[in-house]
Design a protein around this ligand. Structure first.
Ligand SMILES: Cc1cc2nc3c(=O)[nH]c(=O)nc-3n(C[C@H](O)[C@H](O)[C@H](O)COP(=O)(O)O)c2cc1C
Length: 197
């Protein structure tokens, strides 16, 4: 699979096979995150990697959005819930002044996309999740006050095949009666301004 195929065929996955994700597969994703572009090369991101069946449920309870839709609306049945998470943290000690803080979340996005694409290359599905209860997750995961949670990435072997389609009037995703998720994407000609706006 080349980079273009990986970047264009990847879709967010929210229903997963009941199959554990090996440590070495997750480690390869993390290594791709580690080497992502970083503003001023400040490298504020740190990670908690989770694949322990004792820890997974507490994280699932504290995330939201479409990944928590009821099964009849395309969300996961209990056995289809995520089988691993990579929690992206910002180590505040590495951020420094306000100007540096401004760029931290760009680092998070760059690292997260590297992680997600390398996950996809290895046969995994993933979903970035910004809807999470930080105040609940921090004690569950022993995260100190020196660190903020920037993003949760849910992962596992995919048990669904969402389809990208051309967006017409709305970009809202929807689920059909076979529980296939449709993801409208804006056309290239609608978003590109060539040479001048
Ligand atoms: C910054 C960001 C935050 C997101 N937060 C959530 C979330 O909280 N819950 C969820 O189910 N999906 C979340 N998503 C996944 C988006 O819904 C998904 O990327 C979008 O619908 C496009 O689908 P695609 O990833 O398959 O192209 C998030 C994506 C991004 C980039």
């Amino acid at each position: 699979m080349n980079v273009y195929e990986t970047a264009t065929k990847r879709r967010s996955i929210r229903r997963f096979k009941d199959k554990p994700v090996p440590d070495e597969v997750l480690e390869k994703c993390l290594d791709a995150g580690r080497l992502a572009p970083s503003g001023r090369n400040q490298q504020v991101c740190e990670y908690i990697v989770i694949n322990d069946v004792e820890v997974l449920p507490g994280v699932f309870e504290n995330i939201g959005g479409s990944v928590k839709m009821p099964p009849e609306k395309g969300g996961p049945r209990p056995e289809q819930s995520p089988k691993a998470y990579i929690i992206v943290l910002i180590n505040k000690a590495w951020e420094g002044d306000a100007n540096r803080r401004r760029i931290s979340h760009y680092d998070v996005g760059m690292a997260a996309e590297n992680i997600i694409l390398v996950a996809y290359e290895q046969g995994l599905g993933a979903c970035p999740i910004l809807m999470f209860h930080e105040n609940n997750l921090k004690p569950i995961l022993n995260i100190p006050d020196t660190h903020d949670i920037a993003l949760v990435i849910a992962m596992g072997y995919p048990d669904e095949s969402p389809m990208a389609e051309v967006a017409t009037d709305s970009t809202d995703g929807w689920v059909d009666d076979k529980l296939v998720r449709h993801v409208p994407k804006r056309k290239l000609e609608d978003i590109i301004h060539r040479n001048r706006f």
